[in-house]
Design a protein around this ligand. Structure first.
Ligand code: UDX
Length: 447
């Protein structure tokens, strides 16, 4: 059992702290947001993430997980300190590292014994070097410390599973001491030797690769990984535009290329583009970092451009079929940036709704989890309690997020409720032939 502190209890920090407690360590999760800490102390979770609430409650009960808003207490109590603070984009797209700098300074000034400081937030390459410099600058008690990079590969909506059963664990270190310490920390996950709190029946047999490299390489693995995944998505979206011009079917093209083991099936679902707080932000940051390093990353700029253009592609389809959008009632199914999360950051739904509102459309919208968050920024549209209510008297229905519950809707009931059976399936969620046979005007993406 190792004593760990998590500085910054957001999406990454809360999942990291809870899962490290789950595998047997003693964890303090700290955040400056007193409201968030109070919610957590009351056994509530400020984000929707499957399995997380159960794990938080179990580990708080076992005394392995505590919450505090006091960063000095958190610093002093632990040997390993994970920096999980936000690195949001600045106006020019560069990552704002001020919180990382502040935490590094605080750790240096308030530590009186050895510390292993681990950057888990997504940070530009060479941030570890700056943390090292900052600690040395303010190392009041002249403590021994090590810096490490341990990037997260957590997908929202499956973050707990991704942490406990990762494809790989990556660490970037300068010293053997830090490598040994992190190997000990992650041992139960490397060996998959803990009792599974989720998916009890399936066995994760093979060991998890534990990648040890230098700090700069570990930081680059994160940005390169997300950028490559985003590139796959924009690539298949570009192919979908070509499919529309040739009468091909992008889902069949994606299937055909994905069977090549060098390409792989995942992240080839054409649609209205990627959102979330990672891909758009990390892409921008990586482009800016590269520029500062003297490399013009034009490939990633094109990935971004294709993604931004997806909204226009959808709006043009709507105009081609509705002609006039003004005063038309348009139903929106799904608001979160992807299924199984309530996160609406960089969600395509926000841009789509604002564009349709600008054209004078009347909007009805539903999402299983994200309505409250959208209401805060777009209060003046109609929010419904279910998909059928959205369909009522609508001139068109748009699938923006492919929640599972939409896949099982009674589509004949949907059709009976709509003024016009016109569907824009922004995620190619429904079976095109079936929808057309049931009498819908069905418009998908790339098919
Ligand atoms: C991503 C990375 O996957 C994860 O490793 C990293 O740590 C954080 O960023 P996340 O942003 O939560 O995770 O979602 P992800 O499942 O990767 O999807 C990102 C976006 O791509 C979503 O908007 C999704 O709708 C879109 N997407 C994904 C597609 O449009 N098509 C696909 O085939 C896959």
């Amino acid at each position: 059992m190792i004593k760990i502190s998590i500085i910054g209890t957001g999406y990454v920090g809360l999942v990291t702290g809870t899962c490290l407690a789950e595998i047997g360590h003693k964890v303090i999760c700290q955040d400056n947001d007193k409201k968030k800490i109070n919610i957590l102390k009351n056994h509530e979770i400020p984000i929707f993430e499957p399995h997380l609430k159960k794990l938080v409650i179990n580990n708080v009960k076992k005394g392995r997980l505590v919450f505090t808003d006091d960063p000095i207490f958190a610093t002093r109590q632990s040997e390993i300190i994970f920096i999980c603070v936000g690195t949001p984009p600045l106006k020019d797209g560069e990552a704002d590292l001020s919180a990382v700098e502040k935490v590094s300074h605080l750790i240096a000034e308030n530590s009186s014994s050895y510390k292993l400081i681990v950057e888990k937030s997504t940070v530009p390459v060479q941030t570890g070097m700056w943390i090292d410099k900052t600690i040395n600058l303010y190392n009041k008690n002249n403590i021994e410390f090590d810096i490490a990079s341990n990037p997260e590969f957590l997908r929202e909506g499956s973050a707990v599973e991704d942490f406990l059963h990762p494809d790989r664990i990556v660490i970037g270190v300068q010293k053997k001491r830090a490598e040994k310490f992190l190997k000990k920390l992650y041992h139960p996950i490397i060996e998959q030797s803990f009792s599974y709190p989720i998916h009890k029946n399936c066995k994760y047999s093979e060991k998890i690769p534990f990648v040890v490299t230098d700090i700069n390489s570990a930081e680059l693995i994160k940005h390169a990984s997300n950028s490559f995944l985003a590139t796959k998505v924009s690539f298949i979206n570009a192919i979908s535009d070509i499919c529309e011009k040739t009468g091909a079917d992008v889902t069949k093209v994606a299937y055909g290329i994905g069977l090549d083991s060098r390409i792989g099936k995942k992240f080839l679902n054409a649609g209205i583009g990627f959102g979330g707080f990672c891909f758009p932000k990390d892409l921008q940051a990586f482009i800016r970092i590269s520029e500062k390093l003297g490399y013009e990353f034009s490939l990633l700029k094109e990935v971004e451009k294709i993604n931004e253009n997806r909204i226009k592609v959808l709006i043009n389809k709507i105009k081609d079929h509705l002609w006039i959008i003004k005063d038309k009632t348009i139903g929106i199914l799904g608001l979160s940036f992807k299924p199984n999360t309530d996160d609406i950051r960089y969600a395509p739904s926000i841009k789509i709704i604002n564009e349709l509102k600008r054209e004078g459309a009347l909007i009805r919208a539903y999402d299983p989890k994200a309505i409250n968050k959208v209401k805060e920024i777009i209060p003046d549209i109609i929010y419904c309690n279910n998909s059928y209510d959205v369909a009522k008297n609508s001139d068109a229905l748009i699938v923006v997020t492919e929640w599972n519950e939409f896949k099982n809707l009674d589509i004949l009931k949907i059709k009976s409720l709509m003024k016009r059976p016109l569907i824009f399936d922004g995620r190619n969620m429904w079976d095109k032939e079936k929808m057309i046979n049931e009498g819908f005007e069905y418009i998908g993406i790339g098919r």
